[in-house]
Design a protein around this ligand. Structure first.
Ligand code: FES
Length: 119
């Protein structure tokens, strides 16, 4: 199911029970891979590009999760560069960053908003 506005699309990524609790899963929107993260204790969802911008590995959904203060982060399994899940900023001091996407849950379905220019 898709809900389209002028600039973006909310697409149904998965059901809540299909998400990995306190972990990540890779979902696809057309030819784009998106890493979806679910933190059950905080009931927070995050979505970022799945491709690590360092060496273009499709790996972030399998990354190691952690936190810096209130900010949750993911570490790429390849070279351990870390990124803020909220902003996409690289926390390892590199210039690269992640594209992030809004997430919402309605009636047990997880929706991710992607810009139309990504579709
Ligand atoms: S490919 Fe992700 S840190 Fe190098």
């Amino acid at each position: 199911m898709e809900i389209t506005t002028e600039e973006s699309i909310w697409f149904a990524a998965c059901r809540v029970e299909d998400a990995v609790e306190n972990g990540g899963v890779c979902v696809k929107y057309r030819d784009q891979q998106i890493a979806l993260f679910y933190f059950t204790r905080r009931n927070e969802w995050y979505a970022t590009q799945n491709e690590c911008p360092h060496r273009k590995q499709m790996a972030l959904s399998r990354g190691l999760l952690g936190s810096t203060g209130d900010d949750l982060k993911v570490a790429c399994p390849f070279h351990k560069k870390t990124f803020s899940l909220r902003t996409g900023e690289c926390l390892s001091g590199d210039e690269c960053s992640l594209q992030t996407f809004p997430v919402k849950v309605e009636e047990g379905i997880v929706y991710i908003q992607v810009p139309l220019n990504n579709s």
